[in-house]
Structures are given as C-alpha cells and as structure tokens.
Ligand binder design. Structure first.
Ligand SMILES: [Fe+2]
Ligand SMILES: [Fe+2]
Length: 204
C-alpha cells in the first residue's frame, strides 16, 4: 500500500512537501552550525563535546539527504528561523543552548507534527521517516542537555563512581572516577577523554 502511494502520489504542493523542504533546510544549516560549534568546543578544550557536535552534524547531514530524496523537481519557498548568533563571541554552553532548542523545536517537536501531517496526506513512508528521525533528534537533545549540565557543574571529567573513559586521540581506555591527567598512550591531557557512560545516561 505504502509502496503504491510512493509511486503514484505526488508530493508537489502538499503540506508535507513544505515540511520536507523546511526539514532539509533545517538539517543542512544544523550540519554547518554544529561543525562550527565543534571547532569552538575544541578551542575550549571540551573535546568530548566537540565529538558530540561532529557526530550529530554527520547525522544531520544524512537526515538532509533523506529529506532531499523525498522531493520532486519543484521550487518551494522555505520558512523557518535561523539563529544569527555571532560564533566568535559565544561559549560552548551558549552553543549547546542553541543546539538544545533546535533539536526540540526544529527537531523532534516539528518532526512529530510533520509525521502526523504526512499520514493525513497519505505519505506513510515519509511519516515513518519523520518519526524515526525524531528519535535521533531527541537523543541529540538529551546528550546536549547532559553536556551543558556537566560543563556548568564541572563534572565533564568527574564521576562519583568508577566508569570507563576513552582517549579520543589514541583510543586508550582508563577505569576510574576521573580520566588520567595525561594519557599513558599518547600524552594528551585529560580533556581529550570521553566518559563512556554518556551513551547510557542519555537513553535512560
Ligand atoms: Fe539533531
Ligand atoms: Fe591517548
């Protein structure tokens, strides 16, 4: 049924087309923005946050491709807010705040609504993609929230129990409440360590 609707039903002129175009534009600019945010995080020595921005950016790029492939040849006006913050003056916490808002408002909230519209208009496959990608944006959102909280609390590299930490440079894994001050594998300082509990924390 959904296969038939994909081949016979045109997206042109539908609300879903507008949503897909807006999604493509939002994902494209999120990719660019997150790559800048990643560099800014690296400059502040928040290397795990830089990694999170880069990973998220790669996801957004793939999302952009998924949305672009849904469109047919057509020119569509795009609407949407763009954060016009000047990167030079912004801290990683401020960049995280911006990303957190984008992941919710332009991310899972918008995609959940867009999925409903797509179902109403008979685009079941598009709706399923909106729903799946919404879960990714929720993951991004929660990880950014956690990093913002950790930066503000000074706990990016501190736990009250033993966990695994991995060096983002050489891959060495250390167990402890903190990473080693200097990596025994590559001599990079502790800021290059990623807390391996992050993946579980944001899913709970
Ligand atoms: Fe995202
Ligand atoms: Fe290392």
């Amino acid at each position: 049924m959904s296969k038939t609707s994909k081949t016979t039903k045109s997206i042109k002129g539908t609300r879903t087309e507008q949503n897909v175009v807006n999604a493509f534009m939002a994902e494209s600019q999120a990719y660019t923005r997150y790559m800048f945010y990643a560099s800014a995080a690296d400059k502040e020595n928040y290397f795990p946050v830089g990694m999170a921005f880069r990973q998220s950016a790669e996801n957004e790029k793939r999302h952009a491709k998924v949305f672009l492939k849904m469109l047919e040849n057509n020119e569509v006006k795009c609407t949407g807010m763009v954060d016009a913050g000047f990167l030079k003056d912004r801290t990683t916490v401020e960049n995280l705040e911006c990303a957190i808002k984008e992941e919710s408002v332009d991310g899972y909230i918008f995609y959940t609504e867009a999925a409903k519209v797509a179902r109403e208009e008979g685009f079941d496959e598009i709706a399923t993609h909106f729903e799946a990608i919404a879960t990714v944006e929720k993951f991004h959102h929660d990880r950014f929230v956690t990093y913002k909280e950790q930066i503000e609390a000074g706990t990016v590299w501190k736990r009250d129990h033993v966990i695994k930490w991995q060096c983002l440079v050489c891959g060495y894994i250390h167990e402890g409440k903190t990473p080693p001050q200097v990596c025994p594998g590559c001599d990079h300082p502790y800021q290059h360590y990623y807390a391996m509990d992050m993946a579980q924390d944001v899913e709970s």
